[in-house]
Design a protein. Structure first.
Length: 190
């Protein structure tokens, strides 16, 4: 069935370019994931808070390597993008990314997490703002949205500080280990 509108982002909009390295501030940057980040990713997913809100864990080094390796292909397929949030020593301290990319609508869902040792310093907000700036300027996106459990107060603060407007609550829409959660929805437009 043919579309009656021209896609907002033509096919190849992401795949035609290298995934960028994005400065955040001195001592903090976003870069594509590398194979040698697998140990840091496995350690991050050992965190009970990351497991709780992302509903995932990694049980082996092979799973961690597969997690880091998937992102290059998802960039090429234009379905998702993920960046390592790295410190001045190029060590991953978090993640920020675009999921469920829809080129037709120039939209994506946002995700982020920060390792316990890096929390409480605004890193998630700064990383989200850097990725959002790129997405709305060079990336050509029109809308970015995010959802978090209404129980995840820290994620709500990050969304608000990054300028993501509250749009409402989807009741009982995501199942976590402790049952169904209401999800708070936020979004930003270019």
């Amino acid at each position: 069935m043919p579309l009656l509108v021209v896609p907002a982002l033509p096919a190849g909009s992401l795949a035609a370019q290298e995934q960028p390295h994005l400065p955040v501030r001195p001592g903090l940057a976003l870069r594509p994931w590398r194979d040698d980040d697998a140990g840091a990713v496995r350690a991050a997913f050992d965190c009970p808070v990351i497991q709780r809100w992302h509903v995932r864990r990694l049980d082996s080094d092979d799973e961690a390597r597969a997690w880091t390796a998937q992102w290059a292909g998802r960039w090429r397929d234009e379905t998702a993008a993920s960046w390592a949030v790295v410190d001045a020593d190029d060590r991953p301290v978090g993640q920020v990314g675009l999921r469920d990319v829809l080129l037709t609508e120039a939209s994506a869902q946002v995700s982020y997490w920060v390792v316990p040792a890096a929390r409480g310093r605004g890193l998630a907000t700064e990383a989200l703002l850097a990725m959002t700036r790129w997405a709305f300027t060079l990336g050509g996106f029109h809308r970015l949205a995010l959802e978090h459990s209404t129980g995840n107060v820290a994620s709500c603060r990050v969304a608000g500080r990054a300028g993501f407007t509250e749009e409402g609550v989807a009741r009982g829409s995501v199942r976590h280990a402790d049952g169904w959660h209401d999800m708070h929805r936020h979004a930003r437009l270019a």
